[in-house]
Structure formats: C-alpha cells, structure tokens
Design a binder for this molecule. Sequence first.
Ligand SMILES: *Cc1c(COP(=O)(O)O)cnc(C)c1O
Length: 447
Amino acid sequence: MSLLRQIPQVSKWLEDFKGKYPEELVKRAAREVTDRVRREIKEGKRDTLEDLRQLVEERVRALSSASLKRVINATGVVVNTNLGRSVLAQEVGEFVKEVATRYSNLEYDLQEGRRGSRLSHVEGLLAELTGAEGVHVVNNNAGAVYLVLNTLAYGKEVVVSRGELVEIGGGFRIPEIMRASGARLVEVGTTNRTRLSDYEKALSPETALVMKVHRSNFYMEGFVEEVQARELLSLGLPVYYDVGSGSLLELSRFGLKSQEPSFGACLRQGVSLVSGSGDKLLGGPQAGIIAGKAELVQKIRKNPMSRALRVDKLTLAGLEMTLRLYLRGEHHKIPTLRMLLQKPEELKVKARSLLRKLRRVPSLELFLVKEYSRCGGGAMPELLLETYCVGVKHRRLSTSQLERALRQAEPPVVARVKEDLLLIDVRTLLEGDQEDVVRAFEWLEGE
Ligand SMILES: *Cc1c(COP(=O)(O)O)cnc(C)c1O
C-alpha cells in the first residue's frame, strides 16, 4: 500500500515540466501514466516508482508527435501492406507536394477557360499504357470491383469460379463485396478445378457478367484447372477480370518468374473490363484503375457511386507522374519495380556495406546472410527473390527484445526475425536508410 501512496500528484509533473511541454499534454500524460502505474502496483506487477518521470515524459512526447510517420522497411517485403504498400518515386513525391500546396488545374481546362474533368490528367496516359478504349480511376481496387459490379450487374447474376472466391486481406472478400454491390453471385466449378462447361451450365437470362479474379495472395498446385480469360469470351457475355496487382508491364520480360496478368495483356485477349490497384505492382499511389470497352466504362462513370469513390488530387498527381515515368521508359525510377528487379550481386554489395558500418556498434555480432525476400501486397506469392541480409545478434538483448527495441527508434526500424537472428534485408532499404539503421543501433547502445 505504501507504494501507492507515494505516487506523486499530477500537479508535481505540471511543476516539473513547466515551460518545457504544454500543460494540457502533461496533465493528460500524467493521468494516463498514474492510472497505469496504480493498476500495475495493485496487480503486483510493479515495485518501484523510479521510472515514473521517464514514463510521463515519454507519454508527453508520444502524445505530441504525429502518429503516422516514416519507418524503415528492413523486412525485404517490397509491397509491404503494413508499411504503406508502394513508395512513390522521388520526383513523383515532389510533384504531389507541389499540387498539394499550390492551386492546380484539377478541374479546369486552361485552353478553353472553363470547367474540365479531373480524370483528363490521367486517362490518355492510361489508355496508351494499357491499350484500353476507356479508363476510369477510383479510390482503390476494392472500390473499382464494387463499382463495376454495381453498375453492370445490380440485381443480376455474376458467374465466378469457386477457385477464385478469394479473401484479399483487411476484410475484402469477393462474395461479400458482390453482395454489397447488389449483384448475385453464382459459383461454378470446385475449389481446385473449373471448366468452361461449368460456366456454360450456369448461364441464365439473368446473367449479366462473367467475372474472373486473380488469386493474388496464394497459388494452387497439383490437380488444378482453370479457364483462361480468353476462353471465357466464347460465352458471349461481358468478361470482367479483377487482376489485383495491376501491372503495366510484363514482369517476365525482366526475368521475374511472374504470373501476374498485366492490364494490357488482358485487354489484348479481348477481356471487356479489367481492374487493378495503383499501389501494388504499378508502384503508384493507392487507386483503383478500371480499363476496357468504352461503352462499359461510360456506364461506370455515370453511376452516382463514382462520385463517392472518386480520387482526390494528391492521388491523381501521384498517379499522373508515375504513369509518365512508364511512358518515358523510366520504370527503373519506380521504387517498387526497382526493388523487385535488384540483382543478388548488387544486394550483396549493399549488405556488405551496411555490415561494415554496423561494426562501429560494440554490442553487435554481425553476419552476412543469404536469404529470400518477397514481393508482398498480395502479389506473386510463389516468388522467392534471392537477397542478402545483415544478420544481427545483440550481446545483451535477446533477438525478440532487439526487434522490439528497434521499432521504438526514430525513425523506427521494422526488421525480420529468423530463429535467433535479426535480419536486416537491404532490398527494401531506401536512400539514407542504411545510416539511419546504424543510428538506431547506436541509440540502443545508449539506452
Ligand atoms: C488487392 C486486391 C484487391 C483490393 O485492392 P485494393 O487496392 O487494396 O482495394 C481486389 N482484388 C484483388 C484480386 C486484389 O489482389
């Protein structure tokens, strides 16, 4: 009981931190910490008050700093959903900043001096890069799927293979989004095998659309059969393909063993509509891109829900500039593609250089480790990308303590753990990150 009575009043902290931090913040932090400490004492989990001042100060700082912040991705997962998926190219980011902090011709036709369309800035570029007659852009691909189904199949039936009724993560499930859109799902085939005849048997006068969904985040092996998009055309109905990651290039051209269908490849096969994300393999901002037959795209644009799902100007700025990099043949400037296409030899050089820099930190035991990175973001799940990591062991901290501590650094470092080794995968380190990783370990020395 005596420890409980020794907990200082909030007013002590207000006095202590007077002039250093705003009073309101100190009050809130002190109350939170006091409540927590009291609880811990009662539960027998605490027998000291020595760290109280530090706890209050840490809480004040946490309350006053931005919650969303830069982190260092040392996981080797390139399209890391938890860490913001794709990173924009430097010049794309600068362009977004300019559009964000200045007025722009977002919906203004400078030639004619009258109202214009916000999509005019990207539709020509997208048409050129995909070969589509018509394009539309919405907030994200989940929105695109909803809008396509709601426009073309509300109150009607949509035929989908059982093997493609996927869950993407974050609660996105094809059957659920379909229900929400007002379309009726007609499942055909089995989990592992679906044939064209299965689709044929399911057609009725109520069928509005045949839908194909890319199995973005898993793959099936063994006794499997699926119907290619091009074969579905023989059913005589519009075919809509949700390709998920939405690549603009054939990644196999660069030696990646990729099964990801690109927008262009699907449309060349004659698919009526394709949709995909802007921030997966495309490497741009979060967006949902719809491309295909002009007449269908027109209908989609006219759906009142289009307005609810429309993209904002920052997204458009990021998307336009990213697309321009593709058109200029400068896709190597797009971080997602650059990281995916890095060669093991380059990565080995980078890992060695980081390892040398980390030698300055006395408590570390360091190893050069050959490993595999992943694409992530629900794309190319089967692909193992050969990489090099710096393996780290700490003389005082266990590997899980080390991993946790690095997440508290500024900027936080998010690394991977394999058995008793912490791995820093250099594939996903951006410019300047190596130095910050070293600083994070040095900060740990002082803790
Ligand atoms: C990722 C994905 C989605 C959802 O896209 P978001 O841009 O995250 O909304 C939908 N369908 C497939 C097949 C996907 O891979």
